[in-house]
Design a protein around this ligand. Structure first.
Ligand SMILES: [Zn+2]
Length: 269
């Protein structure tokens, strides 16, 4: 049984071109575990293309099940395309009215059950990018575990689900992560620390940095090497990076940070 709590991000402001642009960061807690979970039977269910949404009768989730299914179906396709994997599973999404209802950590919190192709999450207003990101991230845990196997590091386990977020319904995709990285260079530990599970602390910085770096690797080098890297342990990670990418993790760390700074500069001009 593997469990890891995750905090994706919290609210903050971004200063761009002298103007204050407030970005609603993703505020979410997440656990990715293998086991089944017992659920009660007080649900209405709705099928989307790839998900069965279980919602409380009369709830906010029920009122918005059409859009939620649309967001999840879009992510499902985006994840398979981004990782170049095949998966035909139908995912059961149990959407709770609040943290107490779902016995979850907060009103933006979820758990993925890879073995049973299920997720449970809070689904509270507003119907915005923060909520979509939480559900997309949990769904990606299920898809990735069922296509790429068991993740070898917390870095990969929590980074990849957010590295491939579709931006059809919000802006919290890779461009957002790159801008965040450029703003937090000094706060982000060396990647050699982040890929070491003994040093993984599960902080907001760790989650955002891992997602940003993996999005960068995907964009620059495609899905092939990432899939080779997915199950690699912390101890073997540096050597495997060298083999797959032809340079050290420290070199890639520098290139990634420089890319994020340059990317922000070009996006402002
Ligand atoms: Zn997670």
């Amino acid at each position: 049984m593997h469990g890891s709590s995750c905090l994706l991000a919290s609210r903050r402001g971004l200063v761009r071109s002298g103007a204050l642009v407030v970005v609603a960061f993703i505020s979410a807690g997440c656990n990715a575990i293998l086991g089944p979970s017992s659920v009660d039977d007080n649900w209405h269910s709705f099928d989307s293309g790839h998900f069965t949404l279980y919602v409380r009768p009369g709830s906010f989730a029920e009122g918005n099940q059409g859009r939620l299914g649309e967001v999840l179906d879009d992510q499902y396709g985006a994840t398979l395309a981004a990782l170049n994997v095949s998966y035909a599973g139908r995912i059961s999404a149990f959407l709770y009215s609040d943290a107490a209802d779902g016995k979850l950590d907060s009103n933006r919190s979820g758990v993925a059950y890879a073995a049973t192709e299920a997720l449970r999450a809070t689904c509270t207003p507003p119907l915005d990018g923060n909520l979509f990101v939480l559900l997309q991230h949990e769904a990606n845990h299920v898809i990735q575990r069922n296509t790429l196997g068991r993740p070898g590091t917390s870095f990969m386990n929590e980074g990849l689900p957010s590295a491939v977020l579709s931006t059809r319904f919000h802006d919290y995709g890779k461009d957002f992560l790159y801008a965040w990285t450029a703003d937090h260079l000094s706060a982000i530990p060396p990647l050699t620390n982040l890929v070491d599970d003994e040093q993984w602390v599960g902080s907001q910085v760790a989650y955002n940095a891992s997602a940003s770096f993996l999005a960068y690797l995907l964009e620059q080098h495609g899905a092939g090497p990432i899939k080779e890297l997915f199950q690699v342990s912390s101890k073997a990670f540096g050597q495997r990076i060298q083999t797959l990418y032809g340079r050290s993790l420290d070199d890639l760390d520098r290139e990634w940070r420089a890319f994020c700074v340059a990317h922000r500069t070009s996006s402002l001009s």
